[in-house]
Design a protein around this ligand. Sequence first.
Ligand SMILES: NC(=O)c1ccc[n+]([C@@H]2O[C@H](COP(=O)([O-])OP(=O)(O)OC[C@H]3O[C@@H](n4cnc5c(N)ncnc54)[C@H](OP(=O)(O)O)[C@@H]3O)[C@@H](O)[C@H]2O)c1
Length: 255
Amino acid sequence: MAEKEFENKVALVTGGSRGIGAAIALRFAGSGAEVFVNHRKGAGSSKAKAEELQERVALMGGRLTAVASDISSRSAVKEMMETIGREAGRLDFLILNAARAPFKPIERLLERELRDLIQVNYMGNIFCVQEALPLLEESAGKIVFISSLGSRFFNPAYPLGSMKAAMEAVVRDLAESLRPRRVTVNAVSGGIVKTDSYKVLRQHMENLDQLPEHLVVEAEEIADVTAFLCSPAARGICGQTIVCDRGMSNALQRF
Ligand SMILES: NC(=O)c1ccc[n+]([C@@H]2O[C@H](COP(=O)([O-])OP(=O)(O)OC[C@H]3O[C@@H](n4cnc5c(N)ncnc54)[C@H](OP(=O)(O)O)[C@@H]3O)[C@@H](O)[C@H]2O)c1
């Protein structure tokens, strides 16, 4: 039997218990990688979803470990990387997928919401990179950040867009500064995907329901681009944000 693409590789998907992160976790596990998924809450539906994913991967004959850890806490991230180092002994792919933000205009953000926005979606991602770096350096690893069109386009209730823009700049900068350490950094910017967060977004974007079905991106499509960026076929791509939106952003007026 031919060896699977990511056999003997280890991946960490932050926010991988549900939505796009879960699709990425399944894609990597299906390609033979040992996968760690991180999620924020160690109880309730978050824990249940992570356990469900674990069972699905076990049925596929793969290995997935769920780690509840809040990426906005540097010590929690450090502990998570120590767990991966201890249990898997290596890390090849760091997929920065976790995100959390209120859907409201920037001018209406409360101070605590603003701090949370930056701590989870900017600092949290950088904590993950910093703490994963020793392991990634050893494996000539890849980092893929999951961005969104909010980094480039206005949405009245999407303060997360400004953090995505900041992180796309971080991706470019890290790609250059980590190149001598053999770590590759890129991003995937997704269009509209019908996950749990979509259900909330549609309450704030009245015309979202008019989006033609053919422009709705499947989580698996984002997962495929993420896997491609981690594959040897993408060896010439460095510091880029690849848009995966079925062409939605090509036209000024869509719906
Ligand atoms: N949905 C879209 O249309 C779309 C489009 C383009 C890009 N994206 C991006 O794709 C990524 C995933 O989106 P999604 O819609 O699948 O999200 P989602 O369904 O809201 O899931 C978010 C995941 O992130 C985790 N998370 C949140 N805060 C965290 C923290 N502080 N520490 C650790 N984990 C945390 C959540 O864990 P808990 O369950 O424990 O809270 C959950 O596993 C995000 O970066 C999002 O911006 C989404």
